[in-house]
Design a protein around this ligand. Structure first.
Ligand code: ADQ
Length: 471
């Protein structure tokens, strides 16, 4: 079995980061192949680090680097989070375009590629993760890495017209073409990238479904990321889950719970969701005192000022709705900005009658899958899901909504609350089956199978040999 090298901004070098989800899936693949995980330590330093930090745990090697404060500001906060993140989520209006950000981004990609090259063997499979490292394959090739390199983008890939707003879109596209496999969350994203590479860059789709562009051959494919349903069900049955559910249940006092759980981020559609909650109580006064909405949204990337604005906006909206509708013994909308553990969240999903997952754009959105998984089959809650989350392609049995349509969302909340048990069960079962069939292990192996196949593709091997010769 070839060794897997994973590259991601944050790794699971700290055992506490191996608690669930993606980290566990990657960890298992790395452990099985005696792999290597490369990324950032999470530490900031003043001077450029002289060397990378190597460690080993359970047969998995880690090669990590500190970032300088300047790199952190320009590469991480700057290009990754203030440029790529908004543009890829269709928010050009929030993007900062600063060529110094891009220079730092390219430099950090190259620095980490050089670290990888110092350890890579010809047979290794390199698997790069997410928007921090769009340029990584190109940097790795420059550093002499010749083996198969795959990339998985966890966030959406935007429509070509949006992507072209990035001043460096051409540079990024050429760098992307150095990957052998590019994985996206949804068919929608796959079509976007394919359209860009063919219509804008002159690429051609080959008979076997790959794209030939800039002299390279890439497989561009959707691999919708999943969860580990058995592990999540276990979380929903844990003592922490039961304790959290009991505590919230005390507050609810028998009322129905409508629950939202997100990182606080402008892509998650929280102001729009709050507006829909207000409209729901407006249109359906009979539910006053009978339903409580709880939104959990701890701050993330709080250094970026857009997030601080969002926090303020949410505080104001929640304040207004509660002032309008609260009564002596009832608060319609609670907004909790503190974090809860995975087990606690699982317990809360389980007692919710309605799950509100209404991002304006989302690569996949795993909260949607976790919410469904935590439900009790005999009395499942209803998922209200944005049509702009990648998960919508896989979960058409949810109540799909346009998060910009306040009235439609308000009506979906009503529909979910009055939905008969047999319909809830039918919709839940259909969603649960998809989540089971395309779980996290399926996702990982589907991607790695395609990456392994690259090594065996004669045309690709020949191309690489020529490239290596050319230096
Ligand atoms: P995120 O934007 O973080 O991830 P999401 O998929 O919703 O979005 O959540 C990832 C994980 O974080 C889930 O396991 C979820 O339970 C957890 N989480 C979310 N909100 C939380 C909260 N308030 N407290 C504690 N945990 C919370 C990016 C992309 C997504 C994509 C994932 C995985 O933006 O579109 O689904 O990566 O590829």
């Amino acid at each position: 079995m070839p060794r897997v090298i994973a590259i991601s901004n944050r790794t699971a070098a700290d055992p506490s980061a191996r608690a669930g989800g993606l980290a566990v899936a990657l960890w298992d693949a790395l452990r099985a192949s005696g792999g290597l995980w490369v990324g950032w330590t999470g530490n900031l330093v003043d001077e450029p680090p002289r060397s990378a930090q190597w460690s080993q745990d359970e047969g998995v090697e880690f090669l990590l680097t500190d970032l300088t404060r300047a790199e952190y500001d320009a590469y991480y906060i700057g290009y990754a989070n203030r440029t790529i993140w908004p543009v890829f989520h269709y928010r050009i209006d929030l993007a900062h375009f600063d060529s110094a950000y891009f220079d730092a981004y390219a430099a950090v990609n190259q620095r980490i590629a050089n670290m990888v090259a110092s350890k890579a063997q010809p047979d290794d499979l390199v698997w790069v993760h997410d928007y921090h490292f769009l340029l990584m394959a190109d940097c790795l090739r420059r550093a002499g890495v010749g083996g198969p390199i795959g990339f998985f983008l966890h966030i959406p890939f935007p429509a070509p017209e949006i992507f072209q707003a990035l001043p460096q879109h051409d540079w990024i596209a050429r760098a992307l073409s150095a990957y052998d496999v590019i994985g996206l969350q949804s068919e929608h994203d796959r079509v976007n990238l394919t359209r860009y590479l063919t219509e804008v860059c002159g690429g051609v789709e080959t008979a076997d479904g790959r794209i030939e562009v800039f002299g390279n051959l890439i497989r561009v494919k959707a691999y919708p990321i999943g969860i580990d349903p058995a592990a999540f069900e276990e979380a929903a049955n844990s003592p922490e889950a039961t304790e959290a559910a009991t505590r919230l249940g005390r507050f609810l006092g028998g009322r129905d719970l409508v629950l939202g759980v997100d990182r606080m981020d402008y892509t998650k559609g929280l102001p729009e969701r709050f507006a829909a909650v207000g409209q729901f109580f407006d249109a359906h006064p009979e539910f006053a005192g009978k339903v409580s909405v709880t939104q959990i949204a701890p701050p993330s990337r709080s250094k970026v000022e857009e997030y601080q604005d969002l926090r303020q906006q949410l505080d104001e909206l929640a304040g207004r709705i509660n002032a309008d509708y609260s009564d002596l013994d009832w608060i319609p909308l609670r907004y909790l900005a503190r974090p809860y553990s995975r087990d606690e969240l699982a317990g809360l999903y389980r007692i919710a009658r309605v799950g509100l997952v209404t991002p304006l754009r989302d690569g996949m959105n795993l909260v949607a899958k976790e919410f469904v998984t935590a439900q009790r089959p005999e009395d499942p809650g209803v998922l209200i899901l944005s049509e702009f989350a990648g998960a919508a392609e896989q979960l058409p049995s949810a109540l799909l909504v346009n998060p910009h349509d306040t009235q439609q969302m308000a009506e979906a909340i009503h529909q979910a609350l009055i939905m008969p048990l047999d319909e809830r069960q039918k919709r839940w079962k259909a969603a649960r089956e998809v989540i089971e069939a395309t779980d996290l292990t399926w996702w990982r192996e589907a991607f790695l199978d395609d990456l392994r196949a690259v090594a065996k593709t004669p045309a690709k091997a020949a191309l690489r040999a020529v490239a290596a010769k050319a230096g």
